[in-house]
Design a protein around this ligand. Structure first.
Ligand code: ADP
Ligand code: MG
Length: 907
């Protein structure tokens, strides 16, 4: 590979047979064939074998393995065989579920596009990073991941974070000069930008010298994908829970075992009883059940344009109490149209036409006339906006295409309407420097050569521009001293109507003494003085149609909506009013007020001030963190949106960081979720799905824990009251892993109960085992356990049945209990009779299958032997089913009296 840093960039361009206008489509296709796609090896998803082995790492499995091995020694081959078969089956099912979940999770990550900006055939284009080829001219902007190794051609305060490659934690300032020294370290090659490093500041242009494995990062073949999270926190908490249960169960089994031994039951039977007990109480289906439920939640979210990057978001979304959302692009379309122009003398003009269609023209407001002088002034204003512009708007055949920031595009459209084309204008005013827009400074500027002087053109917020201006245009086309108050009044009036207001200025400045032609040396923000204020522009950014309804739904669900924007407070308020986010100016606070307030007041006061506001205007991205801090101190569980590089700290700090699919790589990579459509309504949809997923997780846990508890009750009663062991180890395994195993996964597919968005958010501290869960588990478990014991005692004690036949009946009763109880678990509060019965068909099939497997097994000699079961008569079955149905009635009564009350008190 060449040492590109040793060569002048023009030589590099020549060598790669490319130029500043970029490659042609043909060249690109050829090179794609030759060099292949620009993809780096990413960490492979966990292999099936690994997942399979992982299934055996669980306390339950250890107990069962031990039991299996002991059975072998005791020459109980059938039991041992059964235990091993069930273990194997359980692991195969678990592997299948987990593998699917992992696969669909990684497929989801690819939905979020990873784009690069390049110049091809003279125009800027956004392409998939995979399609970048050597020789491509790449545009770098803050927040982007560098798509390939680049020899830099232009830099503008460009700083790159190369910690990934070099370990250096501070960003490196880049330049374009040719370097010396063949073997200087990567960190010292300041004219090269490396693939996978992140632009932290400024902008630049570079030519691709290496893609994919030809890049430095590719050479060391380091996996750059973020380390995958091992498990969702909820899953981790449940693992701890399972472990604790396992320990408690071992203790209890030991005690009960001793009692049984003391009663004179033979040791071998006691051993199997202890194993059976342990198996019954440990919720073995839980880890897989949770993984599957979370994965279904993720898929449902993805269908609604929410891509989950960190699993914690699935459960976290349901706890959100505040959404702090960007305005532009999230609540609005971010398709701006210039509608209004106002010259400093107060004359207003309207512009006809809509969107990015360059048909329309400027006409004076009301009955005024557009005189020659106005035309000259307007032309100067529009020229300034087209010159200080980073976007592109161009015609390909019949269609107009655009690329870049929507504010910039809006100005280019205005230019075309008035016959001012960027390309032509740049021919008469060659550009020698730019200050790209950044949300912190709120303006963009560009410098152009004209007659041996430099013309500076600036567009941005009027507050940012006024200090740069000495004069303003007057009605005669002359200049007079600028009147900031007058301009501010005009800007207020336009903002109040909901327009986004931008100001324009230009001026001639002296060429810095030491600059060469065509270079940007020493042209920076300090050069922007003594300019002329040219006027104001009002743009409309239409609201997203769904936004208003989504705000309403969100507020109905107890989730406050805040708007965070860099825009003017009055513009923000006008839009917030329309959306129902704010009613009066008291609810608006600006970024600078916020910063002052944070520095001066104590933190609880600060957080209550932040808590009382809903619109945050003129906020710099870094100030978002203050808002996050204030709201979190107040006890809120917060979702914050962002897209820029400076948004990353706020996204990280908030409970849920929400990035826009169109945002920078830096934002997307720190966020917990990414919205593929940038739409506020999707966050609300995400909250809804998050609540549904959490509900379903609870349902799965409810079912598993309560049936395990029922078995414990049954055993404890039997042993304490001196009855024989009511179920054999194999039978309990069958109940827990086979018949219930078929059912519990189906609960993960339960649809929205319908009222999730009418409830208040769940407290993030509330554990799964809240009072409702504890009571429903205790009541249903105790009920099933006692009834099953009653049947056992009645059959063996009262009727004097043989244990074998009695166990056969008790086992059937337990399977039927499970079948009915899973219906109870479909909702913790709602009566099953008030839910559409077939809304989760999968569950109905699961119940039928679970019951059928058992009934069929009763007929098969082999299964009869393994499970110690036998066929029964229809009457017997029917009676047992009637007994089992009582669990439904019991829990219906529970819901009627207890669950609904609890809900009314709390929600
Ligand atoms: P928002 O939070 O609404 O996206 P921004 O931070 O993008 O706000 O913009 C804040 C202010 O900066 C705007 O009100 C406008 O005055 C100015 N501004 C926005 N985009 C540009 C641009 N491309 N060029 C110049 N100024 C801009
Ligand atoms: Mg913006």
């Amino acid at each position: 590979m060449k040492k590109w840093h040793l060569h002048d960039f023009n030589t590099v361009l020549e060598e790669l047979e490319t130029g500043m206008d970029g490659l042609s489509e043909e060249q690109v296709n050829e090179r794609l064939k030759k060099y292949g796609e620009n993809v780096l090896p990413s960490e492979p998803p966990p292999s099936i074998v690994k997942i399979f082995i992982r299934q055996f790492i669980s306390p339950l499995i250890y107990i069962l393995l031990a039991a299996g091995i002991v059975s072998l020694f005791l020459k109980e081959y059938i039991d041992a065989g059964f235990i091993f078969t069930v273990l194997l089956l359980n692991s195969i099912i678990g592997t299948y579920q987990e593998y699917n979940a992992a696969k669909s999770a990684s497929a989801l990550q690819n939905v979020v596009p990873h784009l690069a900006q390049v110049i091809r055939e003279r125009y800027k284009a956004e392409i998939d990073v995979k399609e970048v080829v050597p020789g491509d001219i790449v545009i770098l902007e803050a927040g982007q991941r560098v798509p390939a190794d680049l020899r830099l051609i232009k830099t503008n305060n460009l700083e790159i974070d190369e910690s990934l490659l070099t370990g250096e934690s501070l960003p490196v300032a880049k330049h374009t000069d040719t370097l010396e020294g063949e073997d200087i370290s990567l960190g010292d090659r300041k004219n090269i930008a490396y693939a996978s490093t992140v632009v932290s500041r400024g902008s630049g242009l570079g030519v691709v010298v290496g893609t994919a494995l030809q890049t430095e990062i590719g050479k060391i073949a380091q996996f750059i994908s973020a380390p995958a999270e091992a498990n969702a926190p909820l899953v981790q908490r449940m693992e701890v829970f399972s472990k604790n249960v396992a320990l408690a169960v071992l203790g209890a089994a030991a005690i009960l075992g001793m009692i049984a031994l003391a009663r004179g039951i033979e040791a071998q039977a006691v051993f199997f009883m202890a194993v059976a007990l342990a198996v019954s109480a440990i919720p073995e289906g839980l880890p897989v059940g949770l993984t599957v439920t979370l994965s279904i939640g993720m898929n449902r979210m993805a269908q609604r344009n929410v891509i989950v990057r960190k699993l914690v978001a699935v459960e976290g979304l349901g706890s959100c109490t505040v959404i702090a959302s960007d305005k532009t692009g999230t609540l609005t379309h971010n398709e701006l149209t210039v509608k209004l122009l106002q010259l400093p003398d107060g004359k207003k003009f309207v512009i006809t036409g809509e969107g990015y269609n360059p048909e329309g023209h400027v006409k004076p407001l009301e009955h005024a006339v557009l005189d020659e002088q106005d035309k000259i002034s307007l032309r100067r204003l529009i020229e300034a906006s087209v010159l200080s512009n980073e976007a592109a708007f161009y015609q390909r055949g019949e269609t107009w295409r655009y690329q870049g920031d929507s504010v910039d595009v809006a100005f280019l459209v205005l230019g075309v309407k008035e016959g001012i084309k960027q390309e032509e204008l740049l021919k008469s005013y060659p550009q020698v420097g730019v200050i790209p827009f950044d949300a912190q400074h709120r303006y963009a500027a560009a410098f152009h050569e004209t007659n041996g002087k430099i013309r500076a053109a600036v567009k941005g917020a009027y507050e940012a521009l006024l200090p740069m201006c000495k004069t303003m245009l007057n009605e005669k086309g002359g200049e007079e001293p600028v009147d900031p108050d007058h301009i501010e009044q005009m800007a207020f009036k336009i903002s109040e109507q909901g327009y986004r207001v931008l100001a324009l200025a230009d001026g001639l400045i002296d060429k810095p003494a030491d600059s060469n032609p065509g270079e940007a040396a020493n042209l920076d923000e300090t050069s922007l003085t003594g300019l002329t204020f040219l006027g104001l522009v009002g743009m409309i950014d239409p609201l997203r149609a769904e936004a208003k309804a989504a705000v309403k739904e969100s507020i109905g669900a107890g989730v406050q909506v805040n708007m965070v924007t860099g825009d003017h407070p009055l513009t923000a308020l006008a839009i917030a009013r329309e959306l129902g986010i704010a009613q009066s100016i008291d609810q608006v606070i600006t970024g600078s007020e916020l910063a002052k307030c944070c520095a001066e007041t104590e933190s609880d006061k600060f957080s209550s001030i932040v808590g009382s506001k809903t619109v945050f205007a003129r906020v710099e991205p870094l100030q978002k963190q203050l808002i996050v801090k204030g709201l979190m101190d107040k006890g809120h569980f917060l979702a914050v949106t962002g897209d820029g590089v400076n948004d990353a700290p706020a996204l990280k700090e908030a409970n849920i960081g929400v990035a826009m699919g169109s945002g920078t790589d830096a934002a997307k990579e720190t966020a917990d979720i990414v919205l593929t459509d940038d739409n506020f309504a999707s966050i609300v949809a995400g909250i809804e799905e998050g609540r549904v997923a959490y509900d379903n997780i609870r349902k799965v846990i409810y079912l598993l824990v309560s049936t395990g508890f029922a078995e414990i009750v049954l055993f404890t009663l039997a042993i304490l009251l001196g009855f024989p062991i009511p179920l054999l180890a194999a039978q309990i395994l069958w109940l827990n892993l086979v018949t219930n195993g078929v059912q519990h996964i189906a609960l993960a597919f339960e649809p929205n109960e319908g009222d999730v968005m009418k409830r208040k958010p769940r407290s993030p501290e509330e554990g799964i085992f809240n009072p409702l869960m504890i009571r429903e588990v205790l009541i249903s478990g105790a009920f099933m356990g006692i009834v099953a014991f009653g049947l056992w005692a009645y059959l063996v004690g009262y009727l004097g049945w043989h244990e074998f036949a009695a166990r056969n009946s008790v086992l059937l009763l337990m399977v039927l209990f499970e079948n009915f109880h899973v219906l109870n678990c479909r909702s913790e509060r709602k009566s099953i009779f008030r839910m559409p019965f077939f809304s989760n068909r999968l569950l109905i099939y699961a119940i039928i299958i679970a019951q059928a497997i058992h009934l069929v097994s009763m007929q098969i000699p082999f299964m009869q032997m393994v499970l110690s079961i036998e066929p029964i008569t229809f009457v017997q079955w029917f009676t047992t089913m009637l007994i089992a149905s009582t669990v439904l009635i019991t829990m219906e009564i529970f819901k009627l009296f207890y669950a609904t009350n609890l809900c009314h008190k709390k929600c």
